[in-house]
Design a protein around this ligand. Structure first.
Ligand SMILES: C[S@@+](CC[C@H](N)C(=O)[O-])C[C@H]1O[C@@H](n2cnc3c(N)ncnc32)[C@H](O)[C@@H]1O
Length: 320
């Protein structure tokens, strides 16, 4: 497996600041170009440029929603924050998470990959990771081995699922140029509903090719889930149980809010991960947290701060 050192992270993704400062750090994170281009096109098609150019702070912005209006606002105002968070965790330029960059390389260096993206919303997690792999290929940091990826997504919001479809339609031909072929499906899923959860897991399991590496990415669910882990624990445990039998890595990423740090992660440890000793965190001190400045994909010279808290879990090997 190729290794990417911090020094090898290309400038197009992690750029040294002209005037480093204690509060803003030495570098700025950039979203991968395929993603920036496709996102910008979709923002225009949806008539959301004014909302996306709004520079007022949006840390506590909308959490997505069931209506088209709420979903569009979330896409315009918060999507880039979601993308930055998963990039910050998986590229790990600040060397906080230690195991995630190697995991990213293992998953995206070539071959077959089978992902579960929950709740997928407009597709931030999968889209960012695929475009990150493309950028690293374009920069000669990752080899251009054929990579065939399937992404199964689940979300309760129909308008968000529709945006995800449109975003992937834009990304697929771009990704194909660098040897990444992508097949996606997106499903109506309510985490509170046990049958829908089993259906989503079944679809994910059925789609797996024998040689595929697998991973579950859970991103930005604390707005809904932080006070409901106990209520949803059986469904969440089902993901972990089947994830383990499929040999899946699990990465859970949230913003560094009280809801995530004080409620969601402790709830997950107590009710979900703790109940399955066959899947374990790769770090004892978890979640780990970090932050960085990010170049806004729409606002000219715009910068914002992304704060990410994450857990990385791996199946425990038999006999370990
Ligand atoms: C903050 S957004 C995150 C979406 C995506 N992971 C991202 O990072 O952009 C939260 C998502 O949770 C979804 N959601 C809310 N309640 C849900 C539920 N009960 N079951 C499944 N998804 C839900 C919303 O529709 C929304 O897309």
């Amino acid at each position: 497996m190729p290794i990417i050192t911090t020094e090898q992270i290309p400038k197009v993704l992690w750029k040294r600041r002209k005037r480093p400062s204690a509060s803003h750090g030495t570098h700025t994170l950039h979203l991968p170009r395929f993603l920036v281009d496709a996102y910008g096109e979709l923002i225009d098609e949806l008539g959301l440029r004014t909302a996306a150019e709004d520079i007022s702070p949006n840390d506590e912005g909308p959490q997505g929603g069931m209506t088209e209006e709420e979903t569009n606002l979330h896409f315009a105002r918060n999507f880039s924050g979601s993308c930055a968070r998963i990039e910050l965790v998986m590229l790990d330029p600040r060397e906080m998470f230690k195991t995630t960059r190697d995991l990213f390389v293992k998953l995206f260096a070539g071959g077959r990959l089978h992902l579960l993206d929950i709740p997928c919303g407009a597709g931030a997690a999968g889209a960012t990771l695929l475009c990150l792999a493309a950028e690293l290929r374009n920069e000669g940091v990752l080899p251009r081995n054929p990579l065939r990826v399937t992404v199964v997504g689940g979300d309760i919001s129909a308008p968000a699922r529709q945006i995800k479809r449109r975003l992937y339609r834009k990304l697929k031909p771009r990704l194909a140029e660098v040897g990444i072929s992508v097949t996606t499906s997106v499903h109506d899923w309510n985490v509170k509903n046990a049958d829908q959860t089993s259906d989503l897991i079944e679809r994910w399991i059925k789609g797996q090719k024998k040689t595929a590496k697998t991973a579950i990415f859970a991103l930005n669910f604390s707005g809904f889930l932080s006070q409901r882990v106990d209520e949803c624990k059986l469904q969440l445990r089902e993901f972990m149980r089947y994830g383990r039998t499929m040999g899946a890595s699990v990465v859970w990423v949230e913003p560094c809010t009280n809801a995530a740090i004080q409620h969601l992660f402790p709830g997950l440890k107590q009710h979900v991960f703790g109940a399955n000793p066959r899947i374990a965190s790769t770090w004892e001190d978890c979640p780990r947290q970090t932050e960085c400045r990010v170049a806004h994909p729409i606002q000219r010279r715009g910068r914002f701060t992304a704060r990410a808290a994450a857990m990385h879990l791996e199946p425990v090997k038999e006999g370990a």
